[in-house]
Design a protein around this ligand. Structure first.
Ligand code: UDX
Length: 456
């Protein structure tokens, strides 16, 4: 299929930027709109503005295909496909704040021209009914302006993981399109043909995975598409909480949760993914989407006890980590505790809903001294929490020397290849709480370290 004439992406955040870079790489001319002037200036100057593996290279490779602007109305004027990829942050009550989506719809309608034919695609993660809302805002504004434009609508959620965003966009398991409009479906099919048929040359550093089946285009109604996204994320969160719950039982009965998960994962009905026990889930999606799904249900007088329990187990898991440190050290007050890993997982600089940062704050409340380390997000964390009274340590050696305990909160690969025997010998008491089951347990135990994993 031929490239589209123009794709406009509204929102140069995590989703918008990664999607835009990939679509430009596939040959579509892409206009990326953001209302943050500094962000647009940085992008124009070749700064990737977010930390994502491979993104700087892909952005520089696609410069000729890409325009960055703050002018939304001008940006949609010649667009065939307009993708709304703005943020939907949680409100205090947990439901998603869709004001940026509605504002984008308003401005799209203010920019469309007489006779223009385009598809408006909602990619932001949004509550049920938002697609309908977008359509009604655009219809109202077009009507008020007396402009005749042919606008088609589709919901097209994304499933990309931070640190794997480009890979997940290029090599998805499925592409979900929610629309009852054949015109919209046709345009999105054209947009994604190179991905659906895997006809592109993989960008350097982003090889095509071996033996992966071609992605399926799943066409459905808009409301179901909106729910696929929330239900998928909630299910994955449930899966992790489930294995963390089993991990707690493993600790009681003396089993090894990694072995239990390995055995479970061999059943293809269960699947091996997302069965890694640890400090619990965090990040910008799971906590927010789990709450938003419950808020959607509440709106309809319905409850989701399993989803709710996943959140409770996740909180309990963090509390359990603290109890174990407390048990090992007897008192936490005055103890020197090193915490390694401040991002919610490796491969990202994202500190949102980070288990490590949460545990640090709980440790501080109990009177412990904390030495925090992260290979990429140390200064980011310091800037975010300027009032926290702790040592931001630039090296793992400095964090561990003389410490009473170390907690591994994020399994950065940098940590796994260290000389852990030597490092723990520098500690005052050799207590290791491996919150990701990623360190050499046997080696450490044989050398006299009080090593604790999760569920083993
Ligand atoms: C997630 C979804 O995977 C993605 O499809 C969606 O679009 C956005 O949310 P992301 O938040 O980037 O992506 O991270 P992910 O790799 O899924 O991990 C989420 C959290 O679960 C992390 O805190 C991670 O450490 C934790 N996790 C994951 C586990 O504790 N155990 C596992 O087995 C897997």
């Amino acid at each position: 299929a031929a490239p589209l004439a123009q794709v406009t992406i509204i929102g140069s955040g995590y989703v918008g930027l990664n999607t835009g870079a990939v679509l430009a790489y596939l040959g579509h001319p892409v206009v990326m709109v953001d209302r943050d002037e500094q962000r647009v200036r940085d992008l124009q100057a070749g700064q990737p503005v977010i930390f994502e593996v491979g993104l700087p290279d892909l952005l520089s490779q696609t410069r000729a295909q890409t325009t960055f602007t703050t002018d939304l109305r001008a940006g949609v004027r010649d667009a065939q496909v307009i993708v709304i990829a703005v943020g939907t942050p949680p409100t205090a009550s947990g439901d998603a704040d869709t004001r940026a989506v509605e504002q984008a719809a308003q401005e799209i309608a203010e920019g469309l021209q007489d006779g223009q034919r385009c598809v408006v695609v909602v990619k932001s993660t949004v509550p049920i009914g938002t697609n309908r809302r977008v359509k009604s805002v655009i219809d109202r504004v077009l009507h008020a302006r007396g402009v005749q434009a042919q606008v088609h609508y589709a919901s097209n959620p994304e499933f990309l993981r931070e640190g794997m965003a480009l890979h997940d966009t290029l090599y998805p398991d499925r592409v979900v399109v929610g629309s009852d409009d054949p015109e919209a479906l046709r345009a999105l099919q054209q947009l994604y043909t190179p991905i659906l048929e895997q006809t592109f040359t993989p960008p350097p550093g982003l090889p095509r995975p071996d033996h992966k089946p071609l992605p399926t285009l799943m066409s459905t109604d808009a409301t179901s598409a909106e729910l696929v996204k929330y239900a998928s994320n909630a299910f994955l969160a449930v899966k992790i909480s489930f294995i963390n719950e089993v991990a707690g039982l493993c600790e009681k009965v003396g089993a090894d949760v990694s072995e239990v998960a390995r055995g479970m994962g061999m059943d293809i009905r269960i699947g091996a993914g997302f069965l890694q026990a640890g400090v619990g889930w965090g990040g910008s999606c799971f906590p927010k989407d789990v709450l938003a799904l419950q808020a959607v249900a509440a709106e309809y007088g319905y409850t989701l006890p399993i989803v709710q329990a996943a959140g409770e187990v996740n909180r309990r898991q963090r509390a359990h980590m603290l109890e174990r440190l407390q048990d090992a050290l007897k008192v936490l007050r005055g103890r020197q505790v090193a915490v390694l890993g401040l991002t919610f997982k490796p491969g990202t600089s994202d500190l949102r809903e980070s288990p490590g940062l949460d545990l640090i704050q709980q440790l501080l409340r109990r009177g412990a001294h904390v030495r925090a380390h992260d290979p990429v997000a140390l200064s980011g964390a310091q800037a975010l929490y300027p009032d926290l009274d702790l040592d931001w340590t630039p090296s793992v050696e400095a964090a561990l020397s003389g410490a009473d305990a170390v907690l591994l909160a994020t399994a950065w690969p940098e940590y796994l290849h260290l000389d852990w025997l030597d490092l723990t010998r520098r500690m005052r008491t050799r207590v290791v709480l491996d919150g990701r089951n990623a360190l050499p347990a046997e080696l450490l135990r044989q050398d006299g370290v009080a090593y604790m994993g999760v569920g083993r």
